[in-house]
Design a protein. Sequence first.
Length: 388
Amino acid sequence: MTLIGVEGERSELGRSLLERKQMSADWLPAFAAVPRSAFLPDVIWPFDMGTGTTVAVDRREEPDLWSSYANADVPIVTQWDDGAGEGSGSVPTSSASMPSVVFRMLSALEVEPTHRVLEIGTGTGWNAALLAHRLGVANVVSIEIDPKVADAARDRLAAQQLLGPVLTRDGTDGDEKGAPYDRIIATAGVRQIPPAWLRDAPGGMILAPWGTHFGNGDALVRLRVSEDGGCAEGCFLGPVEFMKVRGQRSPFAGHDVYVPDGVAGADRSTTTVTEEQLLGGDRFAAQRFAVGLLVRNCYQQVADRRGGARPVWFYGLTDRSWACVMFQDGRMEAAVWQSGPRRLWDEVATALAWWRAAGEPGYERLGLTVTAHGQRAWLDRPAASWDV
């Protein structure tokens, strides 16, 4: 592919991001100056939006295809299984996010020219480079837990003359030595906002993908930190999906640990809740996120549809309670099985009824309050909150 062709792909992506309002105009100079392709390895695993799978692409063998993915609005896996092997593995553990998500988050960060920013999760280094271009390399500090990933990012940042401090350690510990920061942005999902982030950004802002263990989907939350760093509070901005920080990955032990002998012996009942009411149109449906806020320490697994039937499973994360609801085409009621000290389906059904009674709120009506004592979610106002 010619240079003109590559630049044409980048220009088209930029136009698309602006037209879809995924990128604000003030980030256009950084987008134009800092190509994502400069921060990607030779072998990448783009997510194919058509098939829903990742595909391996080697720049040395398919340079045109590699370039088209590098300049497309698709997520790209760059590491599997914490770097345990050279090729693809079972769990993606580092990636280059979709450009639309990257610029959506950067726009939501509301940076000013004098701001100092702490980034949690350097990854490829592209996000840090965009921030450094906008704010200056001295004002951007990035933390990466994986030494090899951090080293590669440093090399790429240096090649673009955008290398600032890249610290190799656990980002959930923050950077007390370099604090205070005006902004903290996390490029990995969290289940708990670390108290260190509040400590490091008094009077500032934290932007992070946050979610419960209920599902893999997160929501982007923007928290305003109090002047003394004792509290952070704010609303969710909408759904996102990120790999989780290593110390907060799902503790789910696997289906067979909970249900080694099938559903025989479990308590059986029925429900009139429909599959659509529970799951909505897609995995980012607001009710899934809302139910997860209310049903604590629970993991949901939606199985594939087979023969007109779809089971949805729920597993307790502090004991071995489980539940299953089986939706079948053409039936008015769904079968339910529950086992263990918790009645997990009853909890889910109660949470879903709450969500519907509240007017089926979207992400924007839900919020989060974080203090040293824990986290509380709320609907519309912080005064009406509950532990999560």
